[in-house]
Design a protein around this ligand. Structure first.
Ligand code: 3NM
Length: 519
């Protein structure tokens, strides 16, 4: 008889292969995991004979039953019946759900693997108690999985389950989930209407030397929102109320001098450091992932810029991202040239799978690549001619921000920025920004600097950074001493500095030049 309310939060799937279990005892590992906080167990063994499966299932049941948690058997309804356990989990190639239900009865817990929307909807319609949705991330534990769907794929399935009246089917995500990503996965998979009920793991517990501690740690991680989660509601401010807040935020940044850690490309390191100094933040240009933990502890923000990237740089980025995500330090991704080469497309995927970004900032081609658009052709790092009208740009940016639970900024002659609910168009800037190198990259530095001090409303922080940056460019561009891009650069640095000084002294008139519209 199944427990009436099942807790799916930490779903342990067993594995008896030496590569994962090692020389540990399966039943002892499951016992330790249950004591540590696993809330449901699936016995999954693709190799043993039926008699052994039944025998082990009975031993496992002696662990799970007194703990009041369900034991399910992977694939084998006969084994579940013989051992008298609470249910089964069936994959798409296993016995079908309806037959399993007929054999096991209405009280059995039956879960189904769903790799895509069709499979999820069919299983929900046919009365699955829960869905194991994946594969979220590639995993050596199961290499013959269908496709890697990421958090965005899980979210889309949750969205549609709710939209089609299946909000009561329980859901866990599976594939590549571990202590490093479980919390972020719970956060980013959620759709506004339907959340995951838990995460399913194999190796994160079964391969651990201390399964009790591993389960305890995972349970602790998923029971709280991640440190980078937005706590503030997305305040619907009027356009005027929003921009009126900007000068004081800039003043706050200049007085706090937050650390702005730039992991940026070879071309713009010096320029980015000078921009940071001019606006009033404190730059450090470290590309060494091993020192990111120390830097993240200092309370600043991180820019991850993919220009001049290499596999080694990517691994440094991932180390640094782990450190900043762990403490909730704001992180901005600048996916420079994301669609230009296979290396960079893979790099974007690896970074998106490995970390949470508070802001993703890029030109149209870059944002389309990050959003997963197919067939985006980018020549070099420039955006190239726009393929989308403003309405499509707004739809893309807003949809991606809602999907990632973050801020997305698509730069262009009109910038489009959204947090998934609030979307703004900003049309400040000067044509010389397009004639110098690093103007996009150092906009990233500026936004990240502001985010380090304005953490409640990330959209407002980003808008403040954009306006400071683009209005400074406008002021520099019209100066008499500026005769082209060469003289523009120092004048631009001066105007950034000037806007900072005006803001600090309480003079916020510069914001009157803002060209902002609520989209
Ligand atoms: N099913 P780990 S992925 C058992 O995608 C299983 O349906 C998957 O192992 C699916 O937690 C998977 O070690 C293995 O990554 C998950």
């Amino acid at each position: 008889m199944a427990p009436s309310v099942v807790d799916y939060s930490l779903y342990l799937v067993t594995d008896s292969t030496p590569a994962i279990l090692g020389d540990k005892d399966l039943v002892a590992v499951v016992k330790a995991a249950v004591e540590g906080g696993a809330t449901i167990v699936q016995y999954r063994d693709k190799n043993s004979d039926t008699a052994e499966l039944v025998q082990v299932a009975k031993q496992l049941h002696q662990v799970t039953k007194p703990a009041g948690i369900p034991l399910l058997i992977n694939d084998r309804v006969d084994v579940a019946l013989a051992a008298g356990v609470e249910g089964v989990h069936v994959g798409q190639d296993d016995l079908d759900l309806k037959t399993a239900r007929n054999l096991l009865g209405p009280d059995a817990i039956i879960g189904v693997t769903a790799n895509n929307l069709e499979e999820a909807l069919e299983a929900a319609r046919d009365g699955a108690d829960y869905l194991g949705i994946g594969t979220v991330y590639a995993t050596p534990t199961k290499e013959n999985t269908k496709s890697i769907i990421g958090t965005a794929g899980v979210q889309q399935i949750l969205n549609e389950l709710d939209a089609q009246g299946h909000s009561d089917v329980k859901t866990v995500a599976i594939g590549g989930i571990n202590a490093g990503n479980a919390r972020r996965i719970m956060y980013q998979c959620a759709s506004p209407q339907k959340q995951l009920d838990g995460v399913a793991v194999v190796s994160a517990i079964m391969a651990s030397d201390d399964p009790n501690q591993a389960a305890h740690n995972l349970q602790d991680l998923i029971s709280r929102p991640p440190p980078f989660a937005s706590s503030a509601s997305k305040q619907q401010l009027s356009r005027d109320d929003l921009i009126a807040k900007v000068p004081s935020i800039i003043a706050r940044m200049a007085s706090k001098k937050p650390l702005c850690h730039n992991m940026t490309n070879l071309v713009v390191q010096n320029f980015a450091a000078n921009v940071a100094l001019a606006i009033g933040s404190s730059p450090i240009m470290s590309n060494n992932g091993l020192e990111a933990g120390d830097l993240a502890a200092l309370g600043g923000s991180l820019v991850v810029n993919m220009g001049t990237t290499t596999p080694e740089i990517r691994s440094n980025h991932l180390k640094a991202l782990e450190a900043y995500n762990a403490v909730g330090g704001p992180v901005l991704l600048d996916p420079v040239g994301a669609g230009a080469t296979q290396q960079r497309r893979e790099g974007v995927k690896a970074l998106m799978a490995g970390a949470y970004f508070d802001v993703i900032k890029g030109n149209e081609g870059e944002i389309r690549t990050v959003a997963g658009a197919q067939g985006v052709k980018q020549h070099g790092v420039d955006s190239g001619a726009s393929q989308l009208n403003l309405e499509d740009r707004i739809r893309l940016v807003k949809g991606m921000a809602a999907r990632e639970w973050n801020i997305v900024l698509m730069t262009g002659s009109t910038d489009v920025i959204s947090d998934g609910e609030r979307t703004l168009n900003i049309s400040n800037g000067h044509k010389y920004l397009g004639e110098i190198t690093g103007s996009g990259c150092t906009l990233g530095t500026t936004i990240a600097s502001v985010m380090a001090v304005e953490r409640e409303d990330k959209l407002l922080a980003a808008v403040a950074g954009i306006l400071m940056y683009e209005i400074a460019a406008e002021r520099a561009g019209v100066r008499e001493d500026v005769r082209g891009p060469g003289t523009f650069v120092p004048a631009f640095i001066d105007e950034l500095y000037q806007i900072r000084q005006e803001s600090v002294s309480g003079d916020g008139k510069w914001i009157e030049a803002a060209k902002v519209e609520i989209a």
